[in-house]
Design a protein around this ligand. Structure first.
Ligand code: SF4
Ligand code: SF4
Ligand code: SF4
Length: 185
């Protein structure tokens, strides 16, 4: 075999090897990053309130995993969530970022059904489908699903939704589907 052909074959094999190695490394990095995102997401309160500046808990978890977001941006989680994230990531806990909001007791939305005009705006705003109702019919909050995120309050034209304090759920499950409301619509 001519020396030039041998050299070309060697270089091709080397290139293939490097390409495979890089692809494997990228795949392993993605797996590690996904696993970290899942662990971070599992520590977040799953209210999907967007106070962290991301449109839900998982996008915030992804940003933390990428090191694009700090660990102190979740008001519903407060100090307990910050401490858990700090331990997971080997960082120092820090105070809640006040620009995101303040930590409050766990809340539940309640609709005054006598005043509800059935406009459906609250349903469209709720990120976890915790409101049932139909156009021109009274609406009701499904208490077990409501995270107290407050996102249904601003769109209600008759101000008939109140928030009441409730005992926090021990561990809110991570929702399979999160609907990101378009509040500007
Ligand atoms: S609970 Fe709200 S502030 Fe906390 S991570 Fe989820 S969406 Fe962000
Ligand atoms: S009912 Fe209101 S407070 Fe409860 S989860 Fe839906 S939008 Fe949030
Ligand atoms: S936004 Fe207010 S008035 Fe409209 S359906 Fe919801 S609770 Fe009723």
């Amino acid at each position: 075999m001519p020396a030039t052909l041998t050299l070309v074959l060697l270089l091709a094999a080397l290139g293939l090897g490097i390409g495979l190695g890089l692809s494997l490394a990228a795949s392993r990095w993605r797996d590690n990053s996904d696993a970290l995102t899942e662990r971070i997401n599992a520590m977040l309160p799953q209210t999907q309130c967007a106070q962290c500046g991301y449109p839900g808990c998982r996008p915030y978890a992804e940003a933390i995993a990428r090191d694009d977001a700090d660990i102190n941006r979740c008001p519903p989680g407060g100090d307990a969530t910050i401490a858990a994230l700090a331990e997971l990531l080997g960082r120092e806990p820090k105070p809640l970022d006040a620009s995101c909001g303040e930590h409050k007791p766990t809340l539940l939305a309640v609709i005054d059904e006598q005043r509800c005009i059935g406009c459906t705006l609250c349903i469209q705003a709720c990120p976890v489908d915790a409101i049932s109702g139909a156009a021109k019919w009274m609406h009701t909050v499904i208490a077990a699903e409501c995270t107290g995120c407050e996102l249904c309050l601003p769109p209600c034209p008759v101000d008939c939704i109140d928030l009441i304090e409730v005992t926090p759920p021990s561990q809110r499950p991570i929702p399979l589907h999160v609907h990101i409301p378009d509040l500007a619509a």
